[in-house]
Design a protein around this ligand. Structure first.
Ligand SMILES: [Zn+2]
Length: 339
């Protein structure tokens, strides 16, 4: 076998580049080619990685990367939540090898739905103070508790500039509540799963029509070959209510994405590998229809009151290989304080 047959070629753009509703697609792929060096024509995006020739002489094990999924932090002044979140971040910063980035899964603060302005501002300030200690890029997903005033118990109404998703969008979503980006051959989609209930100020799990159109376009541009990770706060699927209540339990509109069936049909032609969620604060894994759905428990456990059904406060650590992933549930040693 000629040595040129074993050359590894990595097509890669770092750091992760972002797409949103207005941005054109960018093509970034990391692939392994078993071909002669003379046929490499992709210009500036190609870098020959000569050290891989020694690390992977058979040319069949592309280098993996890792990312962290932090969800349901529910940052608040009480119960040592800030200290707990910083302890979690310190554990993330110490991971070796270092993850390439962090994705948050929503419910960044304890609650924006039914609080007054001073309480709202205080929680966001505490979240900002904590999140800035992360030593890697962070991409945020919106949760229901990050939406201001969408509740019958609202203290902040629709005339206020902080109402709704404005704070999340402006500060944490780069002007959007949903977006996508590519990283080392994988495509990441962060959904906004928080819909407004009809004829009510409350939220429901829902992907609205505008986002659905954006998603269809985003997927079409991504194509059917690239592996995809979707992050959503509210899950597409969950067995938890059936486990703790009854198999006949009818779920509330706020528990799951109500139009998930329609979304399933949109996603089906594509290479969706993993859908990460939060919201239920439980550990759960469902493998169905070639997609793995994982709820990553909660950084806050039971809202900083202790473990949830025996599972400690934790985060998800995902390793992405060429066309597969591994998932680990990582605790960070937090002990809940007495209420
Ligand atoms: Zn939630």
């Amino acid at each position: 076998m000629d040595i040129s047959d074993m050359i590894h070629v990595v097509i890669q753009l770092d750091p992760p580049t972002q797409r949103n509703g207005q941005s054109p697609m960018r093509i970034k792929r990391r692939e392994l080619f078993r071909q002669s060096a003379s046929s490499i024509t992709a210009g500036g995006f190609l870098h020959l990685v000569s050290d891989h020739l020694q690390a992977n002489p058979l040319g069949n094990t592309p280098p993996a990367f890792r990312f962290v999924h932090l969800t349901d932090m529910h940052v608040q002044p009480e119960l040592g939540a800030v200290e707990g979140f910083k302890q979690c971040i310190a554990a993330v910063n110490k991971l070796s090898p270092k993850p390439d980035f962090v994705i948050t899964g929503g419910d960044l603060i304890m609650d924006a739905l039914a609080v007054d302005k001073p309480r709202l501002n205080l929680q966001w300030q505490l979240f900002d103070d904590s999140i800035k200690t992360i030593e890697m890029p962070v991409f945020h997903t919106i949760g229901n508790h990050d939406v201001t005033g969408w509740s019958k118990q609202q203290h902040i109404s629709s005339g206020d500039p902080a109402y709704g998703k404005a704070i999340f969008s402006d500060r944490y979503g780069q002007g959007q509540t949903y977006r996508s980006f590519d990283h080392r051959g994988w495509h990441f989609i962060l959904l906004d799963s928080i819909g407004q209930a009809p004829n009510s100020p409350d939220y429901i799990g829902w992907i609205d029509d505008r986002q659905k159109d954006w998603l269809k376009n985003d997927l079409a541009t991504t194509g059917t070959l690239k592996p995809i990770v979707i992050v959503t706060h509210i899950p597409f699927l969950s067995t938890w209510n059936q486990v703790v209540d009854s198999p006949q339990k009818t779920l509330a509109g706020s528990s799951l994405i109500g139009n998930g069936f329609e979304l399933r049909k949109i996603l089906e032609p594509y290479r969706v590998k993993l859908i990460l969620s939060g919201h239920g604060h439980v550990r759960e894994r469902i493998d169905v229809n070639h997609i793995t759905h994982i709820q990553s428990g909660a950084v806050s456990g039971m809202w900083w009151k202790g473990p949830v059904f025996g599972d400690a406060e934790a985060f998800g650590l995902v390793t992405c290989h060429a066309d597969s992933f591994d998932y680990r549930y990582e605790t960070f040693g937090w002990k809940a304080r007495k209420v």
